[in-house]
Design a protein around this ligand. Sequence first.
Ligand code: HEM
Length: 424
Amino acid sequence: MLARVILSGMLDLDFDLADPANFAAGIPHHLFAPIREADGLAWSKDSAYGRGFWSVTRHADLVEVSRDAAMFSSELGHIQIYDIDDDVRDARASMIDLDPPVHTRLRRLVSSAFTPKHVQDYAAVIDERVCRCVDAFVANGGGDWAQLVSNPIPIGVICDIMGVPDADHDFMIELTDHLVEGTSAAELDPSAYGNTRPLRELPFNSPAAFGLDDYARRARRTVIDAPRNDLISKLAVVEVDGEQLSVTDFARFFQLMIFAGNETTRSAMSHLAMLLAAFPAEFERIGLDRTLVDSAADEIVRIASPILYFRRTATRDTVLGGTPIAAGDKVVMWYCAANFDDTVFDDPLRFDVARTNARAEVGFGGGGIHFCLGAPLARMELAAVIREVLDRGLRVELAGDPVHVESNFVNGVEYLPLRVVACN
Ligand code: HEM
């Protein structure tokens, strides 16, 4: 049971909620439930992550923070719990770390490529990749779903869109894996990928960020000489308000898209397979009524909450959820807690593919200017896997214990051994 002190209008936590070990077996619902149910917000004191922070765990509070970028800044502090030094903030920032007006300008550059209508253009590519990966898994009688299915599909799709050749996809996965290590307790080799910069200047404090930056700069040079029909080529020459993207902004964009398009969606795909193993009857329901595919995809994102949190920093004194917040305070939005708020979702721990308000999930963010750019694409990828599973009558069971990524930031699955128990 949690030991904690309850003060007026807030909870003073006397354990380290952000300790990656708490997430070693997935979302620690037993830690979040009492915090969500108590009055006010919960306070975590100063720790290895720097200054203390407020935890937002209720759906309504999270939506409020997400939609008020003027009050809750992404740029002022950092979007992860740990602090970064003021002098390196600019060097690390991509669109997701910025406030308007710069955020608005950068988002406009890429938003048209990811609208629900536009992502339909990628449907055939997605279906083809999903079919090929599930083929390999089935032919094998099963195996590590993370390795065979979840890892290759999202990176393949985002790389197809960006214009990264197939031969480099494994390298992109490797770099993303190392970025995630920056959110765990793992030791990093600072000089990996030829890194010469101090880690504190790099996103995720990871030399893999240097590797991605270096790759992006080389890719840019290639397409400037010989443009192709892909996003890299467009971003290399695009003009906003009469200006081109600087080489640095281009490289940061590349890094953000590769990380955001890959890490999150592959983790949702592994959760999809774990849910298939645990609740085959729910997938039978979708088989009987294919109109449930869309709500099922959102329900999977809700249950998975692939990004556990993002942080904002208060720009002014305010009150949130009944708790006074001071200017400069860190405010952490735990998507993995708000997605299980029983004032919004009936019986929240239950996987229900026909949940009528599945779209209210906040796995892609709680709305507002930073709402996930790739949500339509990710939903399409998940829907493609669900349809492939149903078309094949695929049933699986666990063939061992899954291994979760030990991170307080992503709800990733490193290893997911499954056995095929039925297939048409
Ligand atoms: C299941 C898969 C995914 C999940 C759970 C997810 C989750 C999120 C979350 C929580 C945010 C921050 C929202 C906020 O701060 O309000 C975000 C932002 C973002 N996501 Fe995703 N994402 C997913 C897939 C993708 C994909 C496939 C792409 C590729 C295009 C992508 C690109 C982005 C970008 C570029 C941002 C930053 C948007 C901005 O700052 O304006 N995401 N995502």
